[in-house]
Design a protein. Structure first.
Length: 221
């Protein structure tokens, strides 16, 4: 049976009350905290860095899943590991040497993930599958919360699911962007097991109600 994980993205949280926000969302049933790092260079937006990761770390026991939308990426990886990140993923466009960056993440004691934008082809995965703990498929173009899910991602999810199953390894297949109660079921049916949701959770008054409704949809698969 598939283990499904819900990863609320704090991009849509109230940053003035971030400690309380992450505690509340974990109490509501979040399996991990998705931490979006944007640099106003690789993506046209600027968010949060290692200091904020360090600040929320004592507030939650669940893994902190850092999604780096930065270029270049290597310099900042040790800082996030020190700040308490558990999973670090990056976009291949942000690294000159993808294999080296994946090793760097693992050397710092974190799980390593590669992130593919909607237009990034899957062949980039071919020679690094053994160094991946997570594959993140973007279902929107990165940079902003609250965008709509791009439907052709479903086919891509199914293709990556086959690649993962062929390895026999336990690689998380995460989807990020426009995930809601009403589409999480088809995303899971396509083969995803880890779901990032920002505005669908933090945009709503009752986090428990949303996460329970998502789990109810996942239970139907
Ligand atoms: C987009 C970020 C996402 C974003 C998702 O670049 O990587 O994690 O916060 O937000 P929603 O769920 O609102 O699409
Ligand atoms: Zn993200």
């Amino acid at each position: 049976m598939t283990t499904y994980r819900i990863a609320p993205s704090i991009l849509s949280a109230d940053f003035a009350r971030l400690g309380e926000e992450v505690r509340n969302v974990v109490a509501a049933g979040a399996d991990m905290i998705h931490f979006d790092v944007m640099d106003n260079h690789y993506v046209p937006n600027l968010t949060i860095g290692p200091l904020v990761c360090e600040a929320i770390r004592p507030h939650v026991q669940v893994p902190i899943d850092v999604h780096l939308m930065v270029k270049p990426v290597d310099r900042i990886i040790p800082d996030f590991a020190k700040a308490g990140a558990n999973i670090i993923s990056f976009h291949p466009e942000g690294s000159e040497h993808i294999d080296r960056t994946l090793q760097l993440i693992r050397e710092h004691g974190c799980k390593a993930g590669l992130v593919l934008n909607p237009a990034t082809p899957l062949h980039i995965l071919e020679h690094v599958m053994d160094k991946l703990d997570l594959i993140l498929l973007m279902s929107v173009n990165p940079g902003f919360g609250g965008q709509s899910f791009i439907p052709h991602t479903l086919k891509k999810i199914a293709a990556v699911r086959k690649l993962i199953d062929a390895t026999g390894r336990d690689i998380m297949l995460q989807v990020d962007g426009g995930v809601k109660i009403d589409n999480i079921g088809e995303i899971a049916a396509a083969g995803a097991d880890t779901f990032v949701a920002g505005s669908a959770i933090f945009g709503k008054p009752d986090y428990t109600a949303v996460i329970n409704a998502m789990r109810a949809e996942l239970a139907k698969i």
